[in-house]
Design a protein around this ligand. Structure first.
Ligand SMILES: [Zn+2]
Length: 73
């Protein structure tokens, strides 16, 4: 189901718009460890290194088969 992700997932900071690529296996590990905290609408997130914002995936197929897409407003 989740074999359509590239090797790296592009993340974008919702605050400063910095982009960073994170290896897919790390994102999936985080995604898996998130399962207890069952808000399926929330994609795996990382803290931005450049500001207090959060980085979210631009496009990522989650381990539950959910597709997360970042839509810039
Ligand atoms: Zn940022």
């Amino acid at each position: 189901m989740n074999n359509k992700n590239p090797k790296e997932i592009e993340f974008i900071c919702t605050l400063c718009k910095t982009k960073e690529k994170i290896p897919t296996y790390i994102v999936e590990m985080l995604d898996n460890s998130d399962q207890f905290n069952v808000d399926l609408n929330t994609p795996p997130r990382f803290n931005c290194e450049k500001c207090p914002g959060k980085m979210v995936p631009v496009f990522y197929i989650g381990v539950n088969g959910i597709v997360y897409k970042y839509n810039e407003k």
